[in-house]
Design a protein. Structure first.
Length: 196
């Protein structure tokens, strides 16, 4: 999210969390300072290998509550952010044709509040493509996770009924946009109504 009017409209729909990208190479980069800071949602800052002091300054200036990490951040880095009072989401790319990365997620158990499982990409962030969600049945960790990866309006039924004891919600982005960082209000409204 980036545009003030669009943020306000999505906020009024009753979403739980709202993401703001602070990675400068992203088409959805916020510019470093939110045009409008929503109060009715949890504010999530998305970062990629950001210097920790810079990240903390951005989080403070934008009153972020949750930090979502998409780079090569270490477990110690995650712990340092949690020690500062933030909830931490660590993102993991799931390959379309490889097994679930059990060894990788095990390293982050106990130092993250949530995991996010997205489609693996050579770049940082999402691809807008789906991965085989059945691979997540191999996840036996204790950290709750969000499902991402090319979720579209047509997937509402399948993600609603996806079953895993640690599955807590979905992360949607490009398939619900009319332009980078501009959400389609009607599509988001329909999705929320379907889930609730």
């Amino acid at each position: 999210m980036r545009d003030e009017e669009n943020i306000r409209k999505v906020e009024q729909l009753g979403v739980d969390w709202m993401g703001f990208i602070f990675y400068r190479k992203s088409l959805r980069y916020t510019g470093g300072k939110l045009a409008y800071i929503p109060e009715k949602v949890k504010r999530v800052g998305i970062f990629v290998d950001e210097d920790i002091d810079s990240l903390l300054a951005l989080a403070d200036n934008n009153r972020l509550q949750i930090l979502q990490l998409h780079g090569n951040e270490s477990p110690a880095y995650c712990n340092a952010l949690r020690d500062k009072g933030f909830s931490v989401i660590k993102s993991f790319g799931i390959s379309i044709d490889e097994p679930f990365p059990i060894v990788l997620t095990e390293r982050y158990e106990g130092c993250c509040d949530y995991f996010l499982f997205d489609t693996k990409s050579p770049l940082y962030g999402g691809t807008g493509r789906k991965f085989n969600r059945e691979l997540l049945l191999d996840y036996r960790g204790g950290t709750p996770f969000l499902l991402s990866g090319g979720i579209s309006p047509e997937d509402a039924e399948s993600v609603k009924y996806f079953s895993h004891p640690k599955y807590i919600g979905i992360d949607v982005n490009s398939r619900f946009e009319i332009a980078p960082a501009i959400k389609d209000i009607e599509l988001i409204r329909i999705l929320i109504e379907h889930f609730r």
